[in-house]
Every structure is written in C-alpha cells, then in structure tokens.
Design a protein around this ligand. Structure first.
Ligand SMILES: [Zn+2]
Length: 289
C-alpha cells in the first residue's frame, strides 16, 4: 500500500530543486505553487549557510545550540535572496493545532505557541521550521490568502491542516476547491517507524483520524513488537482531500529528510543537535498603476 501511495505522490511531483541567484543557497520550490504569480514561496535545504557542524549550514533556529549570530546571518542571507523586506519571524511551534491570523503589523510578541499561520497581508512572510515534520504551504488565488502549517504526527492527528483550511474559510471566506497546497520535504515512511502512541492519537479523532491512519500506515514487526511505518504527507493528503481540496491542487515531494542527509536536517537521524529547515510563503506586493 505504501509503495502505491508513494508512486501516486511522485506522479504529481516534478523536479523541485533550484538555487537562489548569485549564491550557493539551494532551495526547493513546488512547481504547482510557482505557477501562481501572486505569491513567492520556498522550502530551504541545509545548503548555503554559515553554521558549522552539526548545524551545517543553513540552520534557521538557535534553539538547539547553534549560536544566534550564525542563525541571524543565515536568516539575513536568505531574506535578502528572497527579497523579503519584513523581518522573517517564526512561530513558537508546539505540535498543537492553534492557528494564528497575521495582520498588517509584524508584532513579534504575538507569534507564540501556534503551529499554523494565515494571512492576507502583502509582503509579510509566513514561515514554518521543521526537521522531519511536514511543512504545508497554502494559497487561495481567488481570495489572495495564504497559510503555512507545521504538521508532525501530533499536529496531524489533531487536524492542524484541517483547522487551518477551515480558518481560512471562516476569516477570509476562502473555499477549499480554490485552494492550492504544497507539501514540502518531511520524514518518509521508509524511516518513520512509529508505535501505538501514534495510532492512539489518531483514534481520538474518531473516523477521520482512523481513515488517515489506515491510509498512511503499514504494519512492521521489529523485535516481536508491533510498530508501523507512517507516511506523514499521505495522512495530510487524505485530510486535505476530505475537506474538498482538489487532488490536482495538492503538490508533494517524496524527498525523505531522514534519508537525504546531504540536503536536509533530521531529528530522527541526528537527534537534538541538528538544524532547522524553513518553509516560507508570502503574498507579493500588489502592482499599482
Ligand atoms: Zn527515509
């Protein structure tokens, strides 16, 4: 089952790799999101920053031991290359399902304890940090609204993507059938062995959670104990489809952060002492005549 799902995901994926002009910062972009002129977006890799091992080199968080100077320099270089004029800010992600609506002012003290952000404000980037968890970037070209979501197994099991889509509907009048979603690199089922704790978390959301679990997990036996290989992006894809997001409007990459050490940080592979990748989306400034 897992292999079939992976193939399906790969079929809607074209080459995502790229680099930023005049630098060695290497990034990924979803061809689907890139086809819309109203936004810019980026999934960073670990390449092109100044941090030394084990944070080498484009680490975007100082919370795991990389000195702030390195992180600030990395963020500064990235912002410059992406033409981001406002400060790049990050949510304090807590593996929950709270969604922040970002207004016109960049009041940093507000950005606490949220795992998703939505906005209609131009030129203010929404950002998510990950090291194995799944980043989702959302765009509604009709209502000109964006969203960014941090979805690990905990966030996925409590429906963080679903809540974000619904919040975009409630606050900005967005319709699911208009929305476009890109799922960035995350840990793949190849490396993501999970135990019954994860199954129990999905069960708590009833039929919805169990549907996601059954389509995204495959039983494996290790040391005579039951465990599962879990497909985080597939669980989120099931969640998005159920809400009415069109299949062709979901873009995914099958890059596994844990397998692909040369490109990505991975908590599962490297433990606490590793860096953080960024997923960024921004509405471009409106053209004036
Ligand atoms: Zn893997």
């Amino acid at each position: 089952m897992t292999l079939n799902h992976l193939n399906e995901l790969e079929n809607i994926t074209s080459p995502w790799a790229g680099s930023l002009p005049g630098d060695n910062i290497e990034i990924l972009r979803s061809p689907l999101l890139q086809s819309f002129e109203g936004i810019s977006h980026t999934f960073t890799t670990r390449r092109g920053g100044i941090s030394p091992p084990p944070f080498d080199s484009l680490n975007l968080s100082s919370k795991t031991g990389d000195p702030q100077f390195n992180v600030s320099e990395n963020i500064s270089r990235l912002s410059e290359k992406l033409s981001i004029k406002e400060d790049l800010f990050f949510l304090e992600q807590v593996h929950g399902n709270e969604v922040l609506t970002v207004g016109n002012t960049n009041a940093e003290h507000l950005y606490r304890q949220f795992d998703a952000a939505i906005s209609k404000s131009h030129s203010i980037p929404l950002s998510i940090l990950t090291a194995d968890c799944l980043p989702l970037l959302i765009y509604d070209p009709q209502k000109k609204a964006i969203g960014a979501v941090h979805a690990g197994w905990r966030g996925t099991s409590c429906g963080i993507a679903e809540k974000t889509i619904k919040e975009m509907g409630r606050v900005f009048d967005c319709r699911a059938e208009d929305m476009v979603v890109a799922m960035g690199p995350s840990i793949g089922p190849c490396c993501y062995e999970v135990d019954k704790t994860v199954l129990d978390a999905f069960s708590q959301r009833g039929d919805k959670g169990l549907e996601e679990w059954s389509k995204a997990s495959e039983l494996c036996l290790k040391d005579k104990e039951k465990s599962w290989h879990f497909n985080l992006s597939e669980a989120n894809r099931v969640q998005l489809l159920r809400l009415g997001i069109k299949e062709n409007n979901i873009s995914a990459t099958s890059y596994c952060t844990c397998c692909t050490e040369e490109l990505f940080f991975s908590y599962r592979r490297d433990g606490d002492k590793t860096g953080r990748l960024g997923a960024i989306i921004m509405l471009k400034e409106e053209m004036t005549n």
